[in-house]
Design a protein around this ligand. Structure first.
Ligand code: FE2
Length: 426
């Protein structure tokens, strides 16, 4: 007897009328029209069943702090950084945990069941690290939370940051972070990439750096990051986050850089909501978009994810844990409007970040964890268009969140009824 059998689902690869069988928290079979006894049977009614959303770039130590101690009035990066400086001395572990847990509730409601969060390690008490390690343990039954030791003020620039970072890793933080473009000089940025990659290699850790988050085409730390990944045998274990300077680089240089990145198997996380608002701020008109070159990176064979980065924090007043909103923005900013590219935008918030986080048992194959989301949409493109309602969210075969379909009841002359904003079937 199966624990759960889902009928009549559409899968992200386009297969329809699919059945997904679940036993003991794992998917046991994915096939068309399966008949088998099960404790629970769900008719998906042709809707899209996808693996959970994954956010490979977030800052959970700052999330939901909107308004503390005041609102970012200008909405700029500089005021955001100043605000974070004002907020840091006021942080308490209890408040951090409470806000992070509240965000994780939002995430589950949105079918977002894996998050890589950077955590600022520049505070010598490592208060945020302790808080998020506690949260990681608490949410483990329903969210895979991976933490990155992030030296927000520069690992060489901020006094004691390297020591704090090493202590954070010893406490159980999973990934080595960095911010080379924020070090005092370009040379120091290069040195920071080298020493952080060496640290990761020596401890068997993954690397994920905020890298070249600027409009300066000369900000080329990604080249060093790819070189170090190659030199230290870290292929497939290194991620460059943001990489916005690539937007402004010379095309000839980028053609060489993409090949170097592909050789080192460096992955990319673009953060469209944040970078469309923060980049290009020194431009008059025309204003650069400032997002990294996503279609070209995918074409070069790189794994590219879209991250949310921030939700209701000093840098960004919006956001709600909705990775379809992130994909929607990424699609527009990168002009990824072809049929294939729109599907790649869906992959950029599901399978691509799962690869970056090296999540085991992720996917809709037999043997994978029975973690999936039933959406009120018939395919990935419709899911992005509608930022579709997560009708049901499953973890290890159990429904852990549900939401009614977004349907408007209409009272129109001669056209009573309702609309769910779905495409008219041809
Ligand atoms: Fe970030």
């Amino acid at each position: 007897m199966l624990d759960l059998l889902i009928h009549n689902a559409t899968l992200p690869d386009g297969r329809t009328n699919m059945s997904v069988a679940v036993q003991a928290g794992r998917i046991t079979e994915v096939t068309q029209g399966l008949q088998a006894p099960a404790h629970e049977v769900i008719d998906a009614q042709g809707m899209l069943l996808c693996p959970p959303f994954v956010d490979a770039h977030f800052h959970m130590d700052a999330t939901l702090s909107y308004g503390l101690p005041r609102v970012n009035q200008s909405g700029t990066l500089l005021e955001g950084i100043a605000l974070w400086g004002e907020l840091k001395p006021l942080l308490t572990q209890d408040a951090l945990v409470e806000r992070a847990l509240a965000y994780c509730d939002w995430a589950v409601g949105r079918g977002l069941l894996a998050i890589r969060s950077h955590v600022d390690i520049c505070d010598p008490t490592l208060l945020a690290v302790q808080a998020l390690l506690h949260v990681k343990k608490q949410v483990a039954p329903y969210i895979d939370l991976q933490l990155v030791a992030f030296p927000q003020d520069g690992v060489l620039r901020a006094p004691g940051a390297l020591d704090n970072l090493k202590r954070a890793l010893a406490m159980g933080v999973d990934v080595v972070g960095g911010i080379p473009h924020f070090e005092r000089t370009y040379a120091q940025g290069t040195e920071s990439v080298k020493l952080l990659c060496e640290l990761a290699a020596s401890q068997g850790k993954l690397v994920d750096m905020h890298c070249d988050e600027s409009d300066d085409p000369q900000s080329r730390h990604i080249e060093t990051l790819a070189f170090e990944a190659q030199r230290l045998g870290l292929q497939g274990r290194v991620t460059g986050s943001h990489l916005t300077s690539m937007h402004s680089m010379d095309n000839y240089y980028v053609s060489k850089l993409l090949a170097v990145m592909a050789e080192a198997q460096v992955s990319v996380v673009a953060n469209p909501l944040i970078n469309i608002t923060l980049q290009g701020r020194h431009d008059s008109y025309p204003k650069r978009r400032g997002m990294t070159r996503v279609p070209e990176q995918i074409a070069a064979g790189l794994t590219v994810a879209f991250g949310q980065d921030c939700a209701m924090d000093p840098w960004y007043s919006l956001g709600s844990g909705d990775m379809l909103e992130v994909a929607h923005m990424g699609l527009h900013v990168a002009q990824m409007t072809s049929q294939a590219a729109m599907r790649q935008c869906f992959e950029a918030v599901t399978t691509a970040p799962a690869r970056i986080m090296q999540l085991h048992g992720y996917g809709l194959e037999p043997g994978c964890h029975a973690d999936f989301v039933l959406l009120h949409a018939r395919d990935p493109i419709e899911a992005i268009r509608l930022r579709a309602t997560r009708l049901k969210v499953f973890r290890r075969g159990k429904c852990i969140a549900q939401m009614p379909a977004a349907v408007a009841r209409l009272d129109l002359p001669g056209r009573p009824g309702e609309t769910g904003f779905m495409a008219v079937q041809p």
